[in-house]
Design a protein around this ligand. Structure first.
Ligand code: C2E
Ligand code: CA
Ligand code: CA
Ligand code: CA
Length: 275
């Protein structure tokens, strides 16, 4: 039994060690990726629920590593945050999102994601206002998406920063609403202009009456606070019809398009002008 016990300990410790090695390698690869520009943005269409017209895009970061291939943002964003790379990576994302938005006509907007740790990095409002100025872009052509995670720590500081971004005219959307720690008291601070309903509520709404109840209350909450509502993860015509009927203003999901390269997104915008 003693032997087995030791064996188990050894097994765990070597697994832990290799996890740490993987982590160190991922960190090194991330650093190198920033230098050699392995990141790019993909753009997922957002359409109006009323007439299904394209109204903008959500920018989603993509990492194509020469050996690893495609690494999902859910995997590398937390690592980038922990090893201090979110500053430079975030600046790249802001710059590329503003460049894309500036290349497209009004009223096409570009939403970009900002992680909770990125919010409280020094200078985020400056980084954003400088990118806007560089591209001669009015603040209202971009939107920042933040999750309820911003209220976990440094919440008063986060609110202050969100307020400064709002003062630039930038829209602030509360992403994945209802999936995190509820903090709806913050809606009183009026920094948010939009709530985004997580795809997990949307996709099972047909089979789970509870999800419909949740979506209904999110929509009502948004109306009462004069915010708009986006439903994410809309994959089927039934999803779309249901979300439209429940009062969502904008729709996003595979039904209207997966995240696209800049070139393909641009073709959609150009097609809009030609209609
Ligand atoms: P998110 O902000 O909630 O983004 C939505 C995710 O759902 C995206 O995954 C998108 O590709 C996916 N999606 C969109 N429509 C559908 C659909 O109809 N069905 C299904 N099954 N999925 C759909 P992605 O790109 O892998 O991003 C995952 C998460 O990683 C994002 O969730 C966001 O939290 C984070 N992320 C992505 N890009 C960035 C970024 O540039 N900065 C930061 N800070 N986080 C990012
Ligand atoms: Ca998002
Ligand atoms: Ca989301
Ligand atoms: Ca999400």
């Amino acid at each position: 039994a003693k032997d087995a016990g030791r064996g188990v300990v050894r097994y765990f410790s070597s697994e832990l060690q290799s996890e740490q090695e993987d982590r160190v390698r991922l960190e090194a690869d991330l650093r190198a990726a920033l230098e050699s520009r392995q990141f790019h943005l993909a753009f997922q269409p957002l359409v109006s629920a009323k007439n299904q017209k394209l109204i903008g895009f959500e920018a989603l970061v993509r990492w194509n590593h020469p050996r690893r291939g495609f690494v999902p943002p859910n995997v590398f964003i937390p690592v980038a945050e922990e090893c201090g790379l979110m500053g430079p990576l975030g600046e790249f994302i802001i710059e590329e999102a503003c460049r894309a938005a500036a290349s497209w006509p009004e009223p096409i907007t570009v939403a970009l994601n900002v992680s909770p740790k990125q919010i409280i990095l020094p200078n985020l409002p400056n980084v954003v206002s400088q990118a806007l100025a560089r591209h001669r872009l009015p603040g209202n052509r971009i939107e920042l998406e933040v999750t309820e995670g911003v209220f976990l720590d440094s919440s008063s500081r986060s609110l202050d920063i969100l307020g400064r971004l709002r003062a630039l005219g930038v829209g602030i959307a509360l992403d994945d609403f209802g999936t995190g720690y509820s903090s709806i008291g913050y809606l009183n601070k009026a920094v948010f202009h939009k709530l985004k309903i997580d795809g997990s509520f949307v996709r099972d709404a047909g089979t789970r009456p509870g999800n419909v109840a949740i979506i209904k209350s999110i929509v009502q909450l948004a109306k009462d606070f004069r915010m708009s509502v986006t439903a994410e993860g809309v994959e089927t015509a039934e999803d779309f019809e249901r979300m439209r009927e429940l009062g969502c203003d904008t729709i996003q999901g595979y039904l209207f398009g997966k995240p696209l390269s800049y070139e393909r997104a641009n073709q959609l915008v150009v097609g809009l002008g030609a209609r």
